[in-house]
Design a protein around this ligand. Structure first.
Ligand code: SAH
Ligand code: SF4
Ligand code: F3S
Length: 471
């Protein structure tokens, strides 16, 4: 009796990759240059990491990367829908592409990512932007080669949106944005359903990757020159709970910390409701785990936090911050804040200002509440008028920025280890890098330092970055 072995999902895609490769090789032979692709990333780090996989597959298929979207034969938009303006940007781009597609019918336009997981968006694309060639979502990103073949063979639009996730496909070809640092997905999806947030609807339920797959990937990255990894998940603190053999995030960190040659471990995002003492201990004990924690508070008002379904109070959050600061005294904290959530009164807003003053963040990502269709908050009463929200937002920055400045003053005079990242966009003699605590440092240096961890003395504080000197 012979056993039939089903090909893996990756093996199936590899066959499609070969088909496109041949198609692109024939083109190159005829035109003496390769077809070019361009991938536009519009969302968060998770979205950016997905783009690295999209680009990896496209390079495998024989495309070369174009230096901008106008020069590409294949353009792919990896979209975001966290706030309305993220979606508006995509429609703006599509509107502009309409003309180009009319002049260049050979151009292939693909759209994927979080935005396409919404029915209303698909309807709008079909109605208003019906020149789009390939539409797919967040759950079937690995199918790009198959969808492209299908588009080429059928000559018509291909739309493949899944409502739920399938199995996690490991080992997709990937191109890394940076040689010395890399993102690593440890989990996908989110189960938290914060009432303002679209992510659980477009990224599906929480699922974790196996520890061994994560460790294998990081070891390979390290042998390829990576010094710093960023572990990604919408809520890393609940990592591993649904695995067949459950593992905690703290245990995972301790295992990653043992990888030889790896120098720094970062992670995001930590939900305050799941941040355990075990994790604080692991952060304190693991020398490679950076002394930086992104801990989104969203609001300082316990009433609003409850309406947001965040499942902690202002007091619990502050207790947590005290505990973290006591165990890891030189840690820097950053946060996300939403202003103008439905029902937010001036008193609630004052509570947000109060928490900003108490915690003293080194960075904060601040957002004006954006109504997302399909989320519970979108239909809540008491949506706040725009002028009131804008006024609160400005007042918040007025309080926040001097605090960020004050927190960063504590760095002046210190010598810190900096991972050199890139040449400054404004001055080629200036290099930028990050301290262990995530502070952004500018200093005079040369390109050959990129990827090295060097000692820099901090001599000035410019609020959102620091000026240093190599020693
Ligand atoms: N999983 C992460 C957040 C991912 S989204 C976490 O829970 O922290 C990043 C940030 O976008 C959120 O923290 C929130 O501050 C902001 N955000 C999400 N939905 C939003 C909305 N509808 N309007 C404004 N900001 C929003
Ligand atoms: Fe959105 Fe909340 Fe999930 Fe973060 S934890 S992705 S804010 S639902
Ligand atoms: Fe990220 Fe935007 Fe999706 S923030 S998870 S790309 S909705």
């Amino acid at each position: 009796m012979c056993k039939i072995i089903e090909p893996s999902l990756l093996e199936i895609q590899n066959k499609y990759i070969e088909t496109v490769k041949k198609w692109n090789a024939e083109y190159k032979e005829k035109h003496s240059h390769s077809r070019k692709m361009y991938c536009v990333t519009m969302g968060c780090q998770m979205n950016a990491h997905d783009s690295e996989k999209l680009k990896g597959m496209l390079l495998e298929m024989g495309y070369e990367e174009a230096d901008n979207e106008d020069n590409a034969d294949f353009v792919i938009y990896n979209t975001c829908c966290i706030r309305a303006n993220a979606e508006e940007k995509v429609y703006g781009k599509l509107g502009w592409l309409k003309n180009r597609k009319r002049k260049e019918p050979e151009l292939i336009v693909a759209i994927c990512g979080c935005m396409t997981q919404q029915d209303t968006v698909i309807e709008k694309i079909h109605k208003t932007y019906n020149f789009v060639d390939i539409i797919f979502g967040t759950f079937n990103l690995y199918k790009l080669p198959e969808l492209l073949v299908s588009r080429i063979e059928s000559g018509s639009e291909v739309c493949d949106i899944w409502k739920e996730h399938g199995e996690i496909v490991e080992d997709l070809p990937t191109v890394r944005e940076h040689k010395y640092k890399s993102s690593v997905n440890i989990m996908y999806g989110c189960n938290n359903f914060c009432t303002y947030c679209i992510v659980p609807y477009v990224r599906g339920r929480e699922r974790s990757r196996e520890v061994d797959d994560i460790l294998k990937e990081i070891k390979e990255l390290v042998s390829d020159g990576v010094k710093e990894v960023m572990l990604l998940g919408q809520n890393v603190n609940s990592y591993g709970k649904t695995l067949e053999n459950p593992v905690s995030f703290a245990e995972l960190l301790r295992k990653i910390n043992e990888i030889d040659g790896l120098e720094r471990i970062r992670f995001m995002t930590s939900h305050p409701k799941d941040l355990s003492d075990e994790l604080i201990d692991a952060m304190r004990d693991c020398d490679k785990v950076c002394k930086y924690l992104h801990l989104p508070v969203q609001s300082g008002s316990s009433k609003i936090l409850e309406k947001m379904n965040r499942r902690y109070t202002k007091e619990k959050y502050l207790e947590l911050v005290d505990k973290i600061k006591a165990e890891i005294p030189d840690i820097m904290l950053s946060t996300d804040i939403i202003v103008g959530f439905p029902g937010e009164t001036e008193e609630d807003f004052q509570e947000t200002l109060d928490i900003i003053k108490k915690v003293k963040y080194s960075t904060a990502f601040t957002f004006i509440y954006s109504k997302r269709t399909g989320t519970p908050a979108a239909t809540m009463e008491d949506q706040i008028p725009e002028d009131i929200v804008k006024d609160r937002f400005d007042r918040m920055l007025h309080i926040l920025n001097p605090i960020i400045h004050e927190v960063n003053n504590s760095q002046v005079g210190k010598v810190i280890d900096v991972l050199v990242e890139e040449v400054s966009k404004h001055d080629e003699k200036i290099m930028t890098g990050r301290g262990d605590n995530n502070s952004l440092i500018h200093f005079e240096g040369s390109k050959d330092l990129i990827g090295q961890i060097i000692k820099v003395k901090i001599i000035d504080n410019k609020t959102f970055y620091l000026i240093g000197e190599r020693i």
